[in-house]
Design a protein around this ligand. Structure first.
Ligand code: RFL
Length: 393
């Protein structure tokens, strides 16, 4: 049986930042990743990184690529049937913009730095289950690249393997999972087209939400609220662009730059929180700890924050014998998670028509939504709160 003090499941932002920090802290660790290196380095997901994410990466000298190629972004534009308004949130609240840097670039930077420091990553190694989490010698059952079954032994296992990973499957019976299905779905699109506005676009329309987020000068992310149960192939490219134009009020504000749809995927809006994040020798971070709907762009930022907190706690425990540190990690991380969940829910309610009600009939919800948007358009203190919550984790 192979072993490491900390076996990390998953080479996403959470797992790879944790691995970097543990290695620097002199802790023996290994990363087990289900997919291959190319997949890890090319999976396009998040792009909007919070100022605190930048501070964390800076603190550990891991933000070089981000400073070189990331773009500061501090404005969003809300579009409704009544017109549009822009919030320069980078100059409101704490006056901090986002940095747009595609998640796959961040993951590549973290992977390169970890490997250059002599870190170990086993690709195409799928964790099947974590055993004996109630003891100080947990084991991880894995299927290796050649299909062979094997086991790893650890002092701690860090579950950074997302919502469908082995860590969640291995939680002890009776573990609390606070869960909410928002009943909303997005068709998430990556288009080979330059951004069409110099701001994040949030369009609130009777036909459903549409969103626009710059990624690079050549690639833009779009979102279309769609019916639950929509399959990725249900919408043709032409229908997607026509619908985006309609919902983003292109007739009033100008058409969108069209291009090839590079990637499409349906995201069902669900949120959950596992509580606590420590179960004996099994610890959770990132999406494995809490799933957050992408409406407020918090997931990757929480993953980075939790990875730093968890690294600190594991080093305190393993190198300095601080036996309280890991329980403290759970409490601290959960505070941040619930704050992000709260804002994310607020964004969901701001941007979407009520899913259960037929289009145009949910008068009460629509009136509240209009009122909320009007307050955001006109109240400076509401704008400051928005900016602080939007960029904060
Ligand atoms: P990840 O990135 O999912 O990485 C988990 C890794 O674990 C591997 N894995 C396993 N490995 C071994 N054994 C197993 N059994 C395994 N099961 C899984 C996987 O292959 C993978 O490599 O989790 P992590 O590190 O917790 O990071 C979370 C973020 O990826 C996620 O929260 C964000 O992408 C969410 N998100 C956004 N977050 C932001 O902060 N800003 C954004 O702008 C933003 N945009 C988004 C998003 C998520 C999206 N989708 C696809 C849900 C946009 C979209 C469309």
């Amino acid at each position: 049986m192979q072993s490491a003090d900390v076996v990390i499941l998953g080479a996403g932002p959470a797992g790879l930042l944790l691995a970097n920090l543990l290695k620097r802290g002199g802790i023996d660790c290994v990363v087990l990743e289900r997919t291959d290196r190319t997949r890890v380095q090319t999976r396009a997901r998040a792009g909007f990184l919070a100022p605190n994410t930048l501070r964390i990466l800076d603190r550990h000298g891991l933000a070089e690529g981000l400073h070189r190629n990331g773009k500061q972004h501090g404005a969003c534009e809300f579009r409704t049937a009544e017109g549009r308004f822009r919030l320069d949130y980078g100059n409101l609240g704490r006056r901090e913009p986002h940095t747009v840097y595609p998640q796959q670039y961040l993951v590549s930077d973290l992977l390169t730095s970890y490997l250059e420091a002599g870190g170990r990553v086993h690709f195409e190694t799928e964790a099947l289950a974590v055993h004996d989490t109630g003891t100080t010698r947990p084991t991880v059952a894995v299927r290796e690249a050649d299909g062979r079954l094997a086991r790893w032994q650890a002092r701690y296992v860090a579950g950074c393997d997302g919502r469908h990973g082995a860590a969640r499957r291995s939680l002890p019976p009776g573990t609390v999972r606070h869960h909410r299905d928002h009943g909303i779905s997005w068709l998430g699109l990556l288009a080979e087209a330059p951004p069409s506005l110099d701001a994040v676009g949030y369009a609130v329309h009777d036909r459903g939400f549409a969103g626009h987020m710059a990624r690079t000068p050549e690639v833009t992310r779009y979102y279309l609220q769609c019916e639950r149960g929509t399959a990725t192939g249900d919408w043709s490219d032409g229908r997607i662009w026509d619908e985006l134009d309609t919902r983003m009020y292109a007739a009033e504000h100008g058409p969108l730059h069209r291009g090839r749809i590079l990637e499409r995927g349906v995201v069902d809006f669900e949120s959950d929180v596992i509580e606590p994040l420590r179960h004996g020798s099994l610890l959770l971070a990132g999406d494995a700890a809490s799933l957050i709907s992408p409406s407020a762009a918090k997931g990757a930022n929480l993953a980075v924050l939790e990875a730093e907190l968890l690294a600190r706690a594991l080093i305190a425990d393993l190198a300095h014998g601080d036996s309280e540190a890991l329980d403290r990690y759970s409490r601290q991380a959960l505070e941040h998670i619930w704050r992000a969940q709260e804002f994310s829910l607020w964004m969901i309610r701001l941007l979407h028509r009520e899913p259960a009600a037929p289009i145009g009939e949910s008068f009460f919800h629509e009136s509240l939504r209009r009122s909320r948007l009007e307050s955001l358009r006109t109240s400076r203190s509401h704008q400051d709160w928005f900016a602080e919550s939007y960029t904060g984790v």
